[in-house]
Design a protein. Structure first.
Length: 577
């Protein structure tokens, strides 16, 4: 089998379009593309041309002769997607070559679009719009740095995934693309003002706000969300001052999706390995003195309903010390007997092969480990002045289970927040839309000039690359409306937009400013054998953008500058010892 798709698959489908023999599935036109945990190369059909390797923006495709030991399980995962068949038969036999979706073509020139949010959805949307001549796209972001959760969410020890920023950097250099970073839409400029300067406003503001766990004690110091912790690890200025306490030997993460696994892995990885990544200096320093020895990842339901994906589970179990206690091993075996779905079966087989919680404890005393625990419904966080543990009820029973812990993190899902000037579906946590056109939920009619893509459009599901087809659908709707004359021409000249924003936000960061930040971070990293050393406050980022002279790392500006109150409010529930 010549080529294999591995853990960092982002699902954007670039490889599908590059493949000359259509051996990568599911393709964006096939059922299951939106929910697939990764894409797969048909081992019998692959002709070893390497076109997919070049096309993949995250380096996930590897020739079988170059796989590392940790990547070997992906040989079977790729092959298992395709059913057994007679030698030489291609599968699925009825599948045609993946269609190259025609880029939407504005029928007259001069389309101007504001994209709000520079995460994956915003960047894919801008790129798709700019495949046509005489289109202008202004991309706004509240942070001085672009790329949303790729910078602030993806774990620092997943550098291949973060490498997609190279693709986004190339997109941002297209003619007609302009960055307005450190500009919050709704604060520095309103929706109506944006519409005066553009034909349409496309919101790609994401939905990475943690759902709250509503149990007693979740306000206590020592509690928080996995996303905030990931932000702190990643040097997100909104979480830079998070006083994380790692002085207790046990941490509990409630929920077992991929983000829960990311947090558990980072908390238990040897800090000297992390020192070679772009992890924030503050997090690295805290992890070097951390007392945490065990992270319990506690799920409400059973092993078969585990929320993490198979690629992430394999990555975790090949790189970290992961254990199950005896009761959970029994649950895994029972679920394995009943499992029908092949992906679920494969996950359960990986879980069934994990060592028991007591195995090897004597041989490796004190080795940091992750314990996956099941059927635990949290009922309260224990402690008077700060978190001391979590009380659970055995799901489906009455038994009470208590875990001591000094750090209690929730990772139970995300939702979007209302966008100023647009309707909001509070139950789903998204902006109501039909195929990306924002609609009034009462009348069902489109809100003129307003569009959405990414997590704020479809909810917090899928991978980085899933946002590509999502953004393409919205762009097709937007350009269709432009061609049909349903969008109003901007009433103000382009130069006035710049003037207006600079007057309201003197610390605006443009493309040159972002490149100055990027260069400064990379050159600081180069001296330490790291991809970059991040600035973690808005003030330091703005200073780096405005001057090639690097500001003092971590100096003088801690927590300064940013006025996004939401995160800071939540930080109040954390504590240092
Ligand atoms: C912690 C975490 C880790 C993840 N890790 C992975 C991974 O390893 N691999 C993977 O494939 N997927 C991963 N994902 C999923 C992936 O990050 C998402 O699919 C993707 O980021 C969603 O893209 P988006 O553009 O909709 O939103 P985001 O990436 O959230 O981007 C939204 C952007 O909008 C900006 N914004 C918000 N409001 C405003 C405003 N009012 N004005 C201006 N700008 C605004 C924000 O600053 C942000 O930059 C992870 C998700 C999380 C939460």
């Amino acid at each position: 089998m010549p080529h294999v798709i591995t853990q960092s698959c982002c699902g954007d489908g670039s490889c599908v379009y590059a493949c000359p023999v259509n051996c990568i599935h599911p393709s964006p036109d096939e059922p299951g593309f939106g929910t697939a945990e990764m894409l797969h190369i048909d081992p019998d059909a692959c002709v070893d041309c390497g076109a997919c390797v070049t096309a993949c923006p995250v380096g996930a495709i590897v020739a079988d002769t170059r796989l590392t030991a940790a990547q070997l399980p992906f040989v079977d995962i790729n092959a298992a997607y395709y059913p057994p068949r007679p030698a030489g038969a291609k599968v699925p036999p009825t599948t045609k070559l993946a269609p190259v979706l025609p880029a939407p073509r504005p029928e007259h020139g001069g389309l101007k679009v504001a994209v709000v949010g520079s995460g994956p959805a915003g960047m894919y949307a801008a790129d798709e719009l700019l495949t046509q001549a005489r289109v202008r796209v202004n991309v706004f972001d509240a942070l001085p740095t672009p790329y949303g959760l790729v910078r602030a969410g993806v774990a620092p020890d997943h550098p291949r995934t973060k490498a997609i920023t190279g693709l986004f950097d190339r997109m941002s250099r297209r003619d007609g693309f302009r960055f307005y970073l450190n500009v919050t839409v709704g604060q520095h400029i309103s929706h109506d003002e944006l519409l005066e300067h553009h034909h349409a406003v496309l919101y790609t503001v994401g939905a990475a706000h943690e759902r709250r766990l509503d149990v007693e004690g979740m306000h206590l110091p020592g509690t928080g969300s996995a996303t905030e912790l990931v932000g702190w690890i990643n040097g997100d200025p909104r979480s830079a001052g998070l006083p994380v306490d790692l002085n207790h030997p046990t941490a509990v993460v409630i929920g077992n999706g991929n983000v829960a696994l990311d947090v558990a892995r980072i908390l238990t990885t040897d800090p000297e390995q992390l020192a070679a990544t772009d992890i924030s200096d503050a997090a690295l320093a805290a992890l070097r003195t951390s007392a945490v020895r065990e992270v319990v990842v506690a799920a409400r339901r059973g092993p078969a309903e585990s929320a993490f994906t198979l690629p992430e589970l394999i990555g975790l179990t090949t790189g970290s010390h992961v254990v199950l206690d005896d009761a959970d091993r029994v649950l895994v075996r029972a679920d394995l007997l009943a499992a029908q779905d092949p992906v679920t079966r494969a996950k359960l087989e990986v879980l069934a092969a994990l060592p028991g919680a007591d195995a090897g404890a004597d041989a490796e005393p004190g080795r940091r480990r992750i314990r996956l625990a099941y059927r635990l419904t949290p009922t309260r966080v224990l402690g008077a002045d700060r978190a001391e543990g979590v009380q659970f009820r055995r799901t489906g029973g009455e038994e009470t289970v208590r875990l001591d812990a000094g750090l209690v993190l929730t990772s139970i899902g995300y939702r979007g927040r209302p966008v100023a000037g647009l309707p909001f579906d509070d139950a789903a946590g998204v902006v109501p839309n039909v195929g990306g056109r924002v609609v009034d939920p009462v009348t069902g009619r489109p809100v003129a000039g307003a569009y959405v893509a990414g997590w704020i459009k479809r909810g917090p599901t899928g991978f980085i690359g899933t946002n590509k087809s999502c953004a393409m659908q919205t762009v097709a709707a937007l350009v269709g409306d432009f061609n049909d004359g349903r969008l109003v021409d901007p009433v103000r000249r382009a130069a006035l937009l710049d003037k207006l924003i600079r007057a309201r936000q003197p610390d605006l960061v443009d493309a040159a400013g972002w490149r100055a930040i990027d260069d400064a971070e990379r050159s600081q990293g180069a001296g330490e054998g790291r991809p970059r050393v991040k600035f973690t406050t808005v003030a330091d980022l703005v200073a780096a953008a405005q001057s090639r002279r690097s500001p003092r790392r971590g100096g003088g500006h801690r927590g300064g500058g940013h006025r996004g109150g939401g995160h800071m409010d939540r930080i109040a529930s954390w504590i240092s010892s």
